[in-house]
Design a protein around this ligand. Structure first.
Ligand code: DX5
Ligand code: ZN
Length: 214
């Protein structure tokens, strides 16, 4: 694995050809597959759910990095874990209170998978500092969650440095408007996992796009 974990977002892939599109990025060195789950409530868009993750599990050995942009994430932890998710990242803003967040992290880990927390652009990183020692990953959104293909918000990327100063070991992932240039900015702030949708899947040279991200 490269020192930066590349997690292509299949939101920008061809949903009628997911197996082919996953094998393509796998061949060119993708480390994880990023799966964006949206419920039409927490975000204004609806995407895919548990059955798709179960199907993807059958066609790839890459870790399935599942980004839950949903209300009441606890309800869906067991179904996603049983479907084959390897990393479950929920949103700080979707859970009420610190006790419930701690309980949810423990619950995700009870399935033997990794747990992540994500913060939207308006959420300050200090809000999640206390949870970092319990977590495997923190996901900094550099767009408002909901859609692929939006522009990178550079102010949000500065949160990465604050999180890295607070915790040296955690995986810091960044998602939204990532390309070779914005990815480098994030890496320099201390990110070690890049999600990219449009930059990879809409590229005329996917192999080169992944190479440049790495
Ligand atoms: C947005 C999703 C992202 C999205 C990124 O809410 O969480 O994972 O697919 O797409 P790009 O890389 O095109 O901004
Ligand atoms: Zn995502």
């Amino acid at each position: 694995m490269s020192d930066v974990i590349i997690s292509p977002s299949i939101l920008s892939a061809d949903f009628a050809n997911l197996e082919q599109d996953i094998k393509l990025v796998q061949k060119f060195g993708a480390d994880w597959i990023h799966v964006d789950v949206m419920d039409g409530h927490f975000v204004p868009n609806i995407t895919i759910g548990v059955p798709v993750v179960a199907s993807l599990r059958k066609v790839t050995d890459l870790p399935l990095d599942v980004h839950l942009m949903i209300e009441n994430p606890k309800k869906y932890v067991e179904p996603f874990a049983k479907a084959g998710a390897d990393i479950l990242t929920f949103h700080y803003e979707a859970v009420n209170g610190d006790d419930e967040i701690i309980e949810l992290i423990k619950y995700i880990k009870s399935f033997g998978i990794r747990a992540g927390i994500s913060i939207k652009p308006k959420t300050q990183p200090e809000k999640v500092f206390k949870f970092l020692p319990m977590l495997d990953l923190v996901l900094v959104m550099t767009v408002e969650p909901g859609f692929g293909g939006q522009s990178f918000m550079s102010d949000c990327a500065k949160k990465i440095k604050l999180l890295r100063d607070e915790n040296k070991d955690i995986i810091i992932q960044v998602d939204g408007g990532i390309n070779d240039k914005t990815g480098l900015i994030c890496k320099n702030y201390g990110a070690n996992s890049l999600v990219a949708g449009n930059y990879i899947y809409k590229s005329s040279d996917i192999k080169e796009a992944i190479r440049l991200l790495k």
